[in-house]
Write a protein that binds this ligand. Structure first.
Ligand code: SDX
Length: 442
């Protein structure tokens, strides 16, 4: 049900009146109701009727669209994809099934899933010319820089799926992005360590194939422990989509101009890279390594509380979750399983992370501000245990989030009410002034 239909539904019809105190003029605005979560005041007519904008930097109180993909209740720690709880999906589903659910709206039948998985598997190779793009990067290039560049370049290779008005081309581009991102990501890793690229294998599932392309070498195949392959798949599920976060909003805004999907996803990858967003998992590991030992934790807790110190406790806090991040809860369990399976239960960074979590959650500063561990706090520890360098952590986040970006992009492009995104501003610059020749300026 889109917001339009919700608003036009008599049972949900409600309005709010805005009255300007100085002029006494009033304006009635509709209140839109969705399936769950906060209702929304429809302010689309406000500027035309009042000549005024709403003001909401960072969009903390703004619904930028209506969407049927993901629902988050930050106070209750709820995350659902198309109505299914993330805990259920992480426990009972797999990443391919979650991809199908996000793209198509329903869990697939066995036949539908097999067909979808076959399609994704058989799109996993990249054009051979793409390999030469990597040669242009320095070996020490950050893998995220390579991911942004190579993803943006995909539109130069796959012209036959860039017409966004064509439903078939939209679906082909969606499949290509989901299936090729692991290949591109693994190639970025191989390039950074001077090893040859490893081609995908059609006999492996999505997660195992990615691990194969990342850790196999021509001399020896990598055989992941079942627990590791399952944890990899679960990490992908937990990062698949997350409502209108910074990178997803970037993809939607880029897509609203009609840009091709490959360019839009490259824009999303760029936004995700920031340490306040997807770059946090890498920042968590760097922070734990900087803390180094449990006896230094209080020093860093104090720094995190000091407003004059830009230091933040990475992996803590969330714009929406003010109770707990349900993904962190699932990952915490996975973390213990993987470290047990890998025999690194006493991984010092995990012990340090657990102690940091314990101390932080007893500290009034964090409790009052509802700063709990988020999805990034544990993912970095698992990924390090699996053998990934910290520079690859956000790459893995982008790999998983590609399906969410693509599904959100498709939903936007297929929305009949879709228009180019064009936020306005509150202008606070100089009033009009005359141009002065250089010799009259002081
Ligand atoms: C992701 O949006 C999404 O859905 C993102 C994501 C997704 O799946 O797409 O969930 C993925 O990005 C998870 C978040 C990863 N980022 C980090 O772990 C970086 C550390 N976290 C902070 O940068 C911060 O918590 C944010 C950016 C996540 C949230 O910022 P907000 O909501 O704007 O919080 P805020 O800055 O308003 O903070 C409120 C208060 C402030 O103190 P006061 O001004 O009230 O005194 O809490 C403090 C902040 O200083 N605070 C922190 C803190 N986070 C907030 N203090 C210390 N350490 C922190 N991590």
């Amino acid at each position: 049900m889109t917001a339009e239909r919700a608003a036009s539904n008599p049972e949900t019809e409600d309005t709010v009146t805005v009255t300007f105190n100085k002029t006494g003029k009033s304006h009635e605005l509709r209140i839109l109701s969705g399936t769950a979560g906060p209702r929304a005041i429809d302010v689309r007519s406000l500027y035309a009727e009042t000549g005024m904008f709403t003001y909401d930097p960072g969009f903390t109180s703004t619904a930028s669209c209506d969407s049927s993909l993901t629902y988050i209740d930050g106070d209750a720690g709820i995350l659902r994809h198309r109505g299914y709880a993330i805990e259920d999906l992480a426990e009972h589903s797999d990443f391919m099934e979650v991809c199908y659910l996000l793209l198509n709206g329903e869990l697939p039948t066995t036949e539908q899933k097999d067909k979808f998985e076959h399609t994704i598997t058989y799109h996993s190779m990249v054009h051979e010319q793409l390999l030469y793009l990597y040669r242009g990067f320095r070996r020490d290039a950050h893998p995220m820089a390579i991911l942004v560049g190579v993803t943006g370049a995909l539109s130069a290779f796959y012209h036959d799926s860039t017409d966004i008005t064509d439903e078939h081309q939209r679906m082909v581009a969606s499949h290509r992005l989901i299936s090729k991102m692991p290949t591109i990501a693994a190639m970025a890793y191989k390039y950074s360590i001077g090893q040859p690229f490893v081609y995908p294998r059609n006999d492996l599932n999505f997660a195992a194939n990615f691990l194969h392309m990342t850790f196999s070498v021509p001399a020896e195949d990598y055989q992941p422990l079942p627990e590791v392959a399952r944890a990899m798949d679960r990490i992908f599920i937990l990062h698949a989509d997350h409502e209108q976060n910074a990178s997803t909003s970037t993809v939607r805004l880029a897509g609203s101009s009609g840009a091709n999907p490959f360019a839009c996803i490259a824009a999303g990858i760029s936004s995700l890279w920031g340490p306040a967003h997807g770059g946090a998992n890498e920042a968590v590991l760097n922070m734990l390594q900087e803390i180094g030992s449990k006896d230094r934790i209080p020093e860093f807790i104090e720094r995190a509380k000091d407003r004059d110190d830009p230091f933040r406790l990475m992996g803590f806090g969330h714009r929406v979750y003010k109770n707990h991040d349900p993904r962190a809860t699932v990952l915490r369990t996975s973390c213990n399983e993987v470290l047990e399976a890998l025999g690194v239960r006493d991984e010092p960074l995990l012990a340090l992370a657990m102690e940091l979590e314990r101390i932080a959650l007893e500290d009034p500063y964090f409790v009052e501000r509802k700063l709990f561990p988020n999805v990034d706090f544990y993912s970095g520890i698992i990924l390090k245990a699996m053998g990934f360098p910290t520079s690859m952590f956000t790459v893995l986040f982008a790999l998983a989030r590609t399906v969410g970006w693509v599904a959100q992009w498709k939903e936007m492009v297929e929305d009949p009410n879709q228009r180019i995104g064009r936020p306005r501003q509150l202008y606070v610059g100089p009033a009009e002034r005359k141009y002065m020749p250089p010799d009259e300026r002081q």
